[in-house]
Design a binder for this molecule. Structure first.
Ligand SMILES: Cc1ncc(COP(=O)(O)O)c(C=O)c1O
Length: 371
């Protein structure tokens, strides 16, 4: 029996069919716009999200910083939620690379405080930076912003002529949870970044989608940060395969997440943060008699289960289901949790690939997270 890796959906590996598709991909020089596989991927991404154009980039982080570059001038202000990945987990690239200033509003789950966004938009005054972008994340740490809230943000932004960018790294998980096509989410915003390298299990890459003129500026931004690639169809092919074959199966990951959460809730000392498990990512909060998160995570590792434990010492563990994790793995994971929580040692644990507990950022919250 192998290791069950619930640290992240970024650990997914391409399926044998995806590997074959990659092997056979037609290639060309993408800087000349001549890589047929990239051209197909970009056209497919734009079509699926209902936007004019798309651009392939090596990572979600690059897609996001290119969005800053393409929408804003240095010195402009971007409004985002306090848990935004662009703020907390991209090495301050907005400030350092694009020169934008991030201004946060309170966030609860994926929801942003609409009144706070409205208050935070700067008036036209020479003392102030210009507010040139509103930034939403969907889903955010596994939580999904309801469409009505997104509509309200979009109406406010349109009334103030400010574009909205969505960090939709896992937009297809949000679409699955909401039961709508991804285009139904994307139509409320001007641009979206989404990743094919996470739950969709392609090895590399993300797409930036939006209006044609925005993508025109993004091509220059991607060049600036060194993201223009040549025969990159060899990596993009995985993304093209993923969009056609890996989206619908995300429901399995969500079902597995709920099954895991239901089983964990029944264990003493385990609560599920915010109760509802909406996508493939959720957090559990431990309290006595359960040991602390690092101890549980280290014990689970001995049993052959990998998960993320809060960096800041808070009693929180993150669990992520994904392609490659089957229903039987969830049942085994529940047994391992039971043993780890009771302090039992693993009898015949397989060797684990990582030497340490994997540390995760706990999403910031205006109120204490949890139940
Ligand atoms: C919400 C969100 N945005 C952006 C990224 C960055 O993606 P990448 O790791 O491809 O740079 C991640 C990565 O996990 C993410 O979760």
């Amino acid at each position: 029996m192998g290791v069950i890796d619930l640290r992240s959906d970024t650990v997914t590996l391409p399926s044998p069919e995806m590997r074959r598709f990659i092997h056979e991909a037609e290639l060309g020089d993408d800087v000349y716009g001549e890589d047929p596989t990239i051209n197909r991927l970009q056209a497919r991404a734009a079509e699926m999200l209902g936007k004019e154009a798309a651009l392939y980039v090596p990572s979600g982080t690059m897609g996001n910083v290119v969005a800053h570059l393409a929408w804003c001038q240095a010195g402009d202000e971007v409004i985002c939620g306090q848990a935004a990945h662009t703020l907390n987990a991209e090495a301050a690239n907005a400030a350092r690379v694009a020169g934008t200033q991030l201004r946060t509003v309170p966030q609860e789950g994926a929801s942003l405080d609409l009144a706070a966004i409205e208050r935070t938009i700067r008036p036209d005054d020479p003392h102030y930076p210009r507010t040139t972008l509103i930034w939403v994340e969907q889903p955010s740490n596994g939580w999904v912003m309801p469409l009505e809230e997104l509509t309200a943000i979009s109406q406010l932004a349109r009334a103030r002529a400010i574009p909205v960018h969505m960090d939709g790294a896992r937009i297809f998980n949000a679409a699955t949870a909401l039961g709508v096509p991804a285009a139904e989410i994307a139509r409320h915003v001007d641009s979206v970044m989404f990743c094919v390298s996470k739950g969709l299990a392609a090895p590399v890459g993300s797409l930036l989608v939006g209006p044609g003129d925005f993508i025109g500026r993004a091509i220059r931004g991607r060049k600036m940060v060194g993201g223009s690639m040549r025969q990159a169809g060899v990596i993009a092919a995985g993304g093209l395969y993923a969009l056609d074959h890996m989206v619908e199966r995300l429901t399995e990951d969500h079902e597995n997440a709920r099954r895991l959460a239901d089983g964990l809730r029944a264990q003493p000392g385990v609560a599920i943060d915010r109760e509802d498990v909406q996508t493939n990512i959720f957090f559990i909060r431990l309290s006595p008699p359960a040991p602390d998160a690092r101890t549980v995570s280290a014990r689970l590792r001995e049993h052959g289960l990998l998960c993320g434990a809060a960096k800041d010492g808070s009693p929180i563990i993150r669990l992520v289901t994904h392609y490659g994790i089957e229903r039987e793995d969830i049942d085994r994971a529940l047994e391992m949790f039971g043993e780890a929580l009771r302090g039992e040692r693993a009898a015949d644990a397989p060797p684990t690939p990582t030497p340490e507990v994997t540390e995760i950022e706990v999403p910031p919250s205006p109120a204490p997270v949890g139940v």
